[in-house]
Ligand binder design. Structure first.
Ligand SMILES: [Zn+2]
Length: 111
């Protein structure tokens, strides 16, 4: 009896592990597809590392919160289904240029 319980437990853990792996793989696939859609490189310098999604006209955080409930995957999935809208509104920036743009925007606000 104990052996059966042990086996059952093992199988349960295995399944939980599989679920996590499956979920992780699915998220990676969506993220990759999203990046590919937007060219998979920084719109300014062409860097391919540490890319961040940027809303060309700003307001990204607000939109993500209000429309997608801060769910990045939900946002990625939406834009994968609406690629033209994505290309119009979004671009990829490396960390450096994303930061630079944020600084520029603040400069612009102060004027
Ligand atoms: Zn860059």
């Amino acid at each position: 009896m104990r052996l059966i319980a042990q086996r059952y437990k093992e199988r349960l853990y295995l399944r939980m592990y599989d679920m996590n792996a499956y979920e992780r793989e699915r998220k990676q696939k969506i993220t990759l597809a999203f990046r590919t859609l937007l060219g998979d490189k920084c719109a300014v310098c062409g860097a391919t590392e540490q890319l961040e999604c940027d809303h060309i006209n700003g307001g990204g955080k607000k939109e993500r919160r209000e429309v997608f409930g801060n769910d990045r995957m939900k946002m990625f999935r939406y834009y994968l289904q609406h690629p033209d809208e994505a290309k119009e509104k979004l671009q990829l920036l490396c960390k450096e240029h994303n930061h630079e743009k944020l600084m520029d925007n603040k400069e612009w606000l102060r004027r």
